[in-house]
Design a protein around this ligand. Structure first.
Ligand code: NAP
Length: 370
């Protein structure tokens, strides 16, 4: 069969495959070839939201850190206390497992506590607490309970997340991605801040999806008619996660604590459960007749690596607020191709980070941190 090479300017381009041919799709902007799984004749007409990035680069000379366990292989977290939202599914579950193996005690706030206890049943030193991040009162309750327990918190990894289709409004009409990824974690982190130990770290799960949207200051909750687009909403919320880490780091630095955000890579997890299979195929996330992960996708164990690296690596001393990927600080993105990774400039904008912080304080009613 003839294999035509079909070019387009970036992954947002409309490419069409001649009927009866087996397509090979190559992006002229980045020269990356996509899997030839286009059976419909229309290939890759939407932006790729999850990325194919190589597994973790070596964070230490001569040593390969592929998985979260590799990252923590020589790290003793005995006596350390961590809070991992979403720490019972996908990447968060692997983070919890690795932190516990390294000796930490972990509290997992969970929207489905019974499901969380089941998933974590084989692990020592793990406790589960109910938490719905879309419910600000619930977030305040949990933060209050943690503070009342009096135990200093060494690590906070905000891994809970969603990937929704139709616009979903929660609480006072907040867009769900922004509410879960940013506003829920904003309140949780701000209220936990007084309990942070000297040298504590806060890590937010951002995404290369931040490429898809800067903050939409005029309409952050997509209230305008026809404004909503699920990928723009996901992207804006991930930009917010990184900006919040950037500003929080400055607030925490005087106490020796720091904040980071990370892109974990591309990993098939329950996160994509509301993305139809036909869409996952069209976007190139799964390939072949068995719908296996596309080449370059990480395993959940690999996907957990950068977050635990950001939470623990001494190499990040003096680098507070950084956006990380592949167990490294991300370089500035040199194209609009999310497959190449990197960080967009709007995520490093300190003015926008401060603006977001105070906008969030106004929205949540959570005032000064510390
Ligand atoms: N997987 C990837 O390729 C990828 C790429 C870039 C960034 N990320 C980010 O990495 C993080 C972890 O993703 P994942 O792939 O591990 O997803 P996952 O397996 O779906 O885990 C997400 C967790 O968040 C919880 N959660 C969702 N809404 C919540 C709420 N309102 N309150 C409390 N908890 C809530 C989920 O609880 P339920 O189980 O009850 O729903 C689940 O435990 C997310 O922030 C995601 O955006 C992932």
């Amino acid at each position: 069969m003839r294999r035509p090479e079909i070019s387009g300017a970036g992954f947002g381009a409309e490419w069409s495959c001649p009927a009866g041919t087996e397509p090979v799709c190559r992006c002229s902007g980045c020269d990356i070839e996509k899997p030839p799984d286009c059976s419909t004749g229309a290939c890759l007409s939407s932006p790729i939201i999850l990325l194919s990035t190589p597994a973790g680069r070596s964070p230490l000379p001569g040593r390969r850190a592929d998985t979260a366990d590799d990252v923590l292989a020589d790290t003793d977290l005995g006596g350390r206390f961590a809070v991992v939202t979403g720490g019972y599914s996908g990447l968060g579950l692997e983070m919890t497992r690795s932190l516990v193996r390294a000796g930490a005690e972990v509290l997992v706030p969970a929207r489905r506590p019974d499901r969380a206890r089941e998933a974590l049943a084989d692990l020592p030193r793990v406790s589960v607490a109910a938490l719905d991040l879309t419910d600000q009162a619930d977030v305040r309750r949990l933060a209050g309970e943690v503070r009342a327990a009096g135990r200093p918190v060494d690590l906070v990894i905000n891994a809970a997340g969603i990937m929704r289709g139709p616009r979903t409004a929660v609480g006072p009409g907040w867009e769900a991605h922004l509410a879960v990824h940013h506003l829920g974690h904003f309140t949780l982190t701000a209220l936990l801040a007084p309990a942070l130990a000297e040298g504590a770290r806060v890590v937010g799960l951002s995404s290369a999806g931040h490429f898809l949207s800067d903050m939409r200051w005029e309409d952050p909750h997509f209230a305008q008619p026809d404004a909503y687009d699920q990928w723009t909403a996901y992207g804006q919320s991930k930009t917010a996660v990184s900006l919040a880490a950037l500003h929080l780091d400055g607030l925490l630095a005087p106490r020796g604590a720091h904040a980071f955000s990370v892109h974990p890579g591309s990993i098939l997890t329950p996160l994509q459960r509301e993305v139809p299979l036909r869409t996952r195929r069209r976007l190139g996330w799964v390939v072949g007749e068995d719908d296996r992960p596309a080449p370059g996708f990480k395993t959940p164990e690999q996907g957990a690596a950068t977050a635990v690296w950001a939470a623990t690596s001494p190499l990040l001393e003096g680098q507070g607020g950084a956006y990380c990927q592949d167990c490294d600080i991300a370089a500035p993105a040199d194209s609009d191709d999310m497959l190449r990774g990197g960080v967009k400039p709007w995520v490093l904008d300190r003015g926008a980070a401060e603006r977001l912080w105070w906008w969030s304080a106004g929205a949540t009613g959570v005032g000064a941190v510390l």
